[in-house]
Design a protein. Structure first.
Length: 471
């Protein structure tokens, strides 16, 4: 009897040992599947949320919605089983998004590949800028300010809405192929002030003077569609322009490789420029120029500390009034080593006529400002803080805190060259230098006349007291 019991127990133990790995494997597979089936799987600095009119909080499951981030700027966004909608007065969406600064310009772009599509006028996908989001919350009456480009009403179009009004879509249709499975579209929305440029493939529609609140930019789906977005990029224009590397060119009359050698790049990041050749004359310039290219329509400031190692120290070099150093903005530079006579339109501040002053040239005319007062004459051992600030057609030139302002219309077009120069008989070390470029432009003005006088007698002059104008 005991022998049979032992045999029975042995058989039970063998059975447990055999099936245990199977159970563990099945459990592990189930756990992996559960992990893979998360409604929102985002690990980058983007965010994901399902919100709005989606038929009830109980519908917020992987079965109905998905936001899955992949490598290489790819994300899949899905709305299934008749969940979500884009209606005239409310929306329910899956949204993959980032915060955007309210007052900055930016561009959102992505390629949308339609993996699945069920035709219905409430089925929608695309790019969307909006003022409000919820965090995985169902609200049947939810809506807000938004601008979108993508699929709606079984067409490819742009559409927008204010929170207190109905969706607007008339006049924003594109000629792209109607949305369907396996179709692909290049989408973008660009914000420039209150102007929004909507793009599908190579076609553009514009929305002007939109005044709704925009705090978020992202990709969305609604109702019955799955879309994989690739090449997803959000480029914020903070107004700063990234410039290239510094360049050097010695060019113009009386220059040569011996008299105008390459600059010395010092260990402390300062730069030493030397020239015993060249000149700054009323009709032409020959200079050693260390520079960067800057867009001519940008506003910027260049500043430096200029330490004079030598200036007008060689009596064998004639014409002291043509000896020069300083900061310069010019619209053309010559090829390095080209000693032919050359000139260009420019603005400069520094040493000229053996004093410190601002000066500029437009066409054939060189114009000189009065010398800065109470600033020591340029000579070995002197140091100057030099700045040129450009704002539109206005230039402010500064030496050691003293400034002069000039306004010159239509001086520069396209690119300008901005940097430090020496000419004829000068050695200068520049340090702590910087070019700060601000590419922001005024895209619109708002006039607040609430405090102005508004009642007038016939023939009475307009009184603008109290008028406030701001960007």
């Amino acid at each position: 009897m005991r022998r049979k019991q032992k045999q029975f127990l042995a058989m039970i133990m063998i059975f447990i040992l055999v099936i245990s790995p199977i159970n563990v494997a099945v459990f592990a597979e189930g756990a992996d599947a559960e992990a893979e089936n998360e409604m929102i799987s985002v690990s980058s600095d983007w965010k994901g949320s399902v919100f709005g009119n989606n038929g009830g909080q109980g519908n917020y499951t992987y079965e109905n919605f998905e936001i899955t981030e992949h490598d290489n700027d790819i994300v899949t966004v899905r709305s299934s089983n008749d969940k979500g909608k884009m209606e005239s007065g409310t929306e329910g969406i899956a949204y993959y998004f980032k915060d955007v600064p309210t007052n900055e310009n930016f561009e959102l772009k992505a390629t949308a590949h339609v993996d699945a599509w069920t035709a219905n006028n409430q089925v929608s996908f695309g790019l969307m800028l909006r003022g409000n989001v919820l965090e995985n919350e169902n609200v049947g009456t939810f809506t807000g300010d938004y601008i979108a480009v993508g699929a709606l009403d079984q067409k490819m179009m742009g559409f927008h809405k204010y929170a207190e009004s109905s969706i607007q879509k008339e006049g924003f249709e594109f000629n792209a192929i109607a949305p369907a499975a396996e179709q692909e579209y290049d989408l973008s929305i660009q914000k420039s002030g209150n102007l929004y440029i909507l793009k599908i493939n190579d076609e553009i529609q514009t929305l002007e003077s939109y005044e709704g609140e925009i705090n978020f930019a992202g990709l969305f789906t609604s109702r019955n569609t799955t879309v994989t977005f690739s090449d997803v990029h959000l480029d914020i224009d903070d107004g700063k322009v990234e410039l290239g590397d510094w360049g050097f060119s010695a060019f113009g009359s009386n220059t040569s490789t011996d008299r105008n050698p390459n600059p010395t790049l010092n260990d402390d990041e300062s730069v030493t420029l030397f020239a015993s050749g060249g000149k700054v004359a009323s009709s032409n310039e020959g200079i050693s120029f260390y520079y960067k290219e800057v867009p001519a329509d940008a506003n910027f400031e260049i500043n430096t500390k200029a330490a004079v190692n030598s200036f007008n120290s060689d009596s064998n070099i004639s014409t002291p009034n043509q000896k020069s150093f300083g900061l310069m903005i010019r619209d053309e530079i010559g090829e390095h080593g080209d000693s032919s006579t050359q000139t260009a339109d420019y603005v400069a501040v520094g040493a000229l006529d053996t004093v410190m002053k601002g000066f500029y040239k437009q066409g054939e005319s060189q114009l000189k400002l009065e010398p800065f007062q109470q600033i020591t004459l340029p000579a070995a051992g002197e140091e100057y803080g030099l700045t040129i600030r450009k704002s539109g057609n206005t230039f402010v030139v500064t030496a050691n805190g003293q400034s002069e302002t000039m306004t010159v219309e239509n001086l520069f077009e396209d690119q300008v060259y901005v940097g430090f120069y020496v000419a004829r008989d000068a050695e200068v070390t520049v340090s702590d230098f910087d070019i700060d470029v601000d590419a922001k432009k005024v895209t619109g003005l708002v006039a607040d006349e609430s405090d102005m006088k508004t009642n007038y007698l016939k023939g009475e002059s307009l009184d603008v007291t109290g008028l406030v104008v701001y960007q």
